[in-house]
Design a protein. Structure first.
Length: 399
């Protein structure tokens, strides 16, 4: 049998409470207990903790008030990265068409595998079983005709479930769900819809596109209208490269001096440029992202004359952007800073310019990268960063 026209062949596979599940897998004493990963801020919570209201990104004190019996563990990013790699090996052995979304979720297209692997529901059930048996982690799989609906299905099926939405049942499944299930409906958009008595996807579907555009703006209105009718033509795409590489650091609400903020930027630039060189990427546009005490945000950017992954060049540019933003920071305070480099290209595609500068620093960057690969990321660092907490590094998909 070939592909059934309109058949549900897209899987959305999403690990359940990923960081917390890895901790419970590796320490049998934590199994069945409410587990919180991270002390100051909740990075992950087991389903036992979630049942008491604990949520990701919640403050640690609030989480412990909600769940005083919770066991708090320090994050182990290297363990999570290794677990993610093992899970993605299961994905790629299931189908060559895998689109990673993050280290703990991916879309898989299994449309051409019926003869050799069975139907999509059979493949989904086997995938869940193999991740549990081979990696020791719970995973939920949604199966549908579109990426959007597959992701919604996995969200409804959590934890550790499989939910198939056949084409003839799409609207019956989708329309009773709350509007927050639609991509792009965050707190602000949900409030706008609720104020008009719109609480379900079905109510959104009954509105005309023009009405939604007038309520939410052109982009959001058109997107919600399409999704409410399950119109999502995007295919599963493999080996998509990032359009930018960045890192950010939450600072809390305590005041920080200009020197302290500069130190954070130094650490972020070091981290970003190392990732760029590891991935063989260079970029032209340096972006500084800021979040202030009132939760408003600002972005500053500068485009260089040629693409680079040279740490000092990018740091100098980021410092220039920070200097222009300092008056605003002094007035409004700063709770988060991020650095990213965009307009990326492969380093092999960049033509070298004359005259070649023997003091460019590329050789120094390469030597430092080699030391860190051989002896660890903290084997060599800048003097200004010694003894300073650089925050957690979060494992990511390959750049």
């Amino acid at each position: 049998m070939g592909i059934v026209p309109g058949e549900a062949t897209i899987l959305h596979a999403d690990l359940d409470a990923f960081y917390a599940s890895v901790e419970q897998r590796d320490d049998p004493r934590l199994r069945g207990c409410p587990v919180i990963v991270g002390a100051g801020v909740v990075l992950a919570a087991s389903y036992e903790a979630k049942a008491r209201g604990v949520r990701t990104a919640m403050g640690g004190r609030q989480a412990m008030r909600l769940c005083p019996q919770a066991i708090v563990v320090a994050p182990r990013m290297s363990a999570y990265a290794a677990a993610s790699k093992a899970v993605f090996e299961v994905f790629t052995q299931t189908t060559p068409l895998v689109e990673g979304l993050s280290i703990d979720e991916a879309f898989l297209d299994v449309g051409g595998l019926r003869r050799i692997s069975g139907s999509p529901p059979e493949i989904a059930a086997r995938l869940r079983r193999e991740v549990r048996e081979r990696v020791g982690l719970p995973i939920t799989v949604g199966v549908a005709r579109t990426k959007f609906l597959a992701k919604v299905a996995s969200g409804v099926a959590k934890p550790e479930g499989v939910l198939v939405v056949p084409p003839h049942r799409e609207m019956a499944f989708l329309h009773p769900l709350e509007v927050e299930r639609l991509w792009g409906v965050g707190r602000v958009t949900a409030e706008k819809l609720h104020d008009r008595g719109i609480t379900t996807v079905g109510q959104v579907a009954r509105l005309g596109e023009a009405t939604l555009v007038s309520m939410l703006g052109r982009a959001s209105g058109r997107q919600l209208h399409a999704l409410a009718h399950n119109r999502d033509p995007r295919p599963v795409q493999i080996r998509r490269r990032r359009g930018s590489i960045g890192s950010q650091r939450a600072l809390g609400r305590s005041p920080r001096s200009a020197d302290a903020i500069d130190t954070v930027v130094v650490g972020l630039v070091d981290r970003v440029t190392r990732r760029m060189r590891t991935a063989g990427r260079v970029g032209r546009t340096v972006v500084l992202r800021l979040r202030f005490d009132d939760f408003s945000r600002a972005t500053r950017s500068h485009t260089l004359p040629r693409a680079t992954a040279h740490t000092q060049t990018i740091l100098t540019t980021a410092r220039g952007l920070l200097a222009t933003a300092m008056p605003t920071i002094e007035r409004q305070g700063l709770t988060l800073v991020g650095v990213a480099v965009g307009n990326l290209d492969d380093d092999s595609a960049v033509q070298l310019t004359l005259p070649f500068d023997s003091q460019s620093g590329d050789a120094l960057d390469a030597a430092l990268d080699e030391v860190r690969v051989r002896f660890g990321a903290n084997a060599v660092t800048r003097a200004v960063l010694l003894g300073r907490d650089q925050g957690l590094w979060v494992p990511l998909l390959p750049d």
